[in-house]
Design a protein around this ligand. Sequence first.
Ligand code: NCD
Length: 349
Amino acid sequence: MIEVRHSARVPRTLPDALPASTPFFASSVHPGSLLGISDLELDEVAQILTRASFLEHEDPLTRARRLAKRKIALLFYESSTRTRTSFELAAKALGADTTLVSSLSSSIEKGESLKDTGLTLRALGAEAILLRHPNSGAPWLLEQVTGLPVLNAGDGMHEHPSQALLDLRTILACLRSGVTTVAADTLSGITVTIAGDILHSRVARSNMLLLPRLGAQVQLCGPPALLPAMVAEVGPGIRIERDFDRALASSQIVMMLRIQAERLAGLQLDLDEYRRDYQLTAARLAAHAPAAHILHPGPIIRGLELTAEVADGPQSRILDQVRNGVAIRMALVERALDLHSSTVSGAAQ
Ligand code: NCD
């Protein structure tokens, strides 16, 4: 059994009042921002994919002049390995200066609000902010108060749009020879199973909002405590299949998720039962999905949602996802600052 309570360190409510007249999950106001995956039209998704491939293969010295000396702040209120490092490496590969502010080593620990932290970063010259925060909607608030492009690096249980884009890049490399032109039928005939803790996963949500727009069928699999029936109502192209073996048998892509222990808030789970019903083992994979590609956003918990044999096995695409993260995030950081410049110069004309 595990029982996990929220950490007392980070406030669970948004620290600053929202303007009363504005809908909470409005789209971004800054053209360079990426707050939620639905902010992007499919042609913008295609542009980002194409740009990611271009930048990935560009001569590093030429690439490093693209954003030379531009300033980007990484503001992290939750721990992160892949997302933070890949955003940082992406920004640096384009020549930008980055600075990391993390909640455990800054004035945030002394009680400074998100708003004041954002205004401080802007006063220090930040031209874009990458934000990870435990509260859904925090990136939207930060964008409102700073006017800067904000890239959502994961907000609570809400969204993780850059992860959905790097997952899409990985899926296209597996199934469509890496094409970057995407349309409403690019993934038609493809079933993607997302398995595990769907309820608390921002990765699941962003993927559920993106993949059906390209024609994929998204199949959700997990126990009722981590996958209430209403989750499938997010949109069309999404269904629930509680039997993991059956879900595997119809999938070309299987995206495994970690149990979000930090968000369970007292919910109790029998982990032996969970392993029995939902753990991805080599035997299960061989029996039901011998050709499927296995994705996982990380961090993986070996021996819980999947075994080490699967994580390290020939069907695993987990490290490809990590590599794709850098390429996608180069395109996103460049987009944030390009559109930032055009907004500023457009305003000056
Ligand atoms: C995910 C996240 O933070 O939402 N990790 C990531 O960004 N690669 C998934 C997780 O924490 O389980």
